[in-house]
Design a protein around this ligand. Sequence first.
Ligand code: ADP
Ligand code: MG
Length: 236
Amino acid sequence: MSHADQTAALLEYRGVSKEYGRGDNKVCALRNLDLTIRRGDFVSIMGPSGSGKSTLLNLGAGLDFATSGVVSAFGQDLASIGNAKLARMRAERIAVIFQFFNLLDTLTAEENVAMPLRTRRLPRTEVDERVADALAAVDMSHRARHYAEQLSGGEMQRVAIARALATQAELILADEPTGNLDTLRGESVLELLKRTTEDRGCAVVLVTHDLQAASYGDRIVTLRDGKIADIARGTQ
Ligand code: ADP
Ligand code: MG
């Protein structure tokens, strides 16, 4: 980390608008949005349902593209780098924690966490070590050999968080990652994410509708109708 540029933008939205559908069905999910996320940042995104939070996250992950404006990650415009580079960036540098986990039911907890590492052809011993560390970090070591479908919602959520941590991605994008956790577990996950930004110098974007969770962010960005309505400082 010592040589990394602390001020480098990891994720940047410049004049970003996103429309879904057309004609009478057209929905404007983001409107001319500007936002910069740097190394070490923990940014919380709040706002009512339908305000554009998930859209913001999906564009940042390169899962979908802006209608106008530019979304760049690690200095590269996601819409123009091409499929191969984008796929590689998404596999190695960006981790997404989805609201509904996206675990594979027929794999165990540890196989789910290992999956993104296997596709990167990391050495077996390193995969095993990262998987064990990540499951331990979310207090799920005792469920490592359980199939995802045998886990509770909260346990699945913790496995999804472990899967993101194990990638050691520089950018972690999380959609309501504590929505299924009780208060204590939720706090421990948020502290873990916060520590990760501090220790590894990565950045976390946390979508949440819980003000207590959002307060872990250095910045709390409130979206309303696809626009930034407010930016506040976190308090934790
Ligand atoms: P949030 O996550 O804040 O609830 P979203 O980003 O999911 O908001 O949605 C913003 C707006 O875009 C909403 O009006 C939603 O209905 C619409 N929207 C989101 N995804 C799609 C889609 N795939 N097709 C059409 N409309 C969509
Ligand atoms: Mg959403």
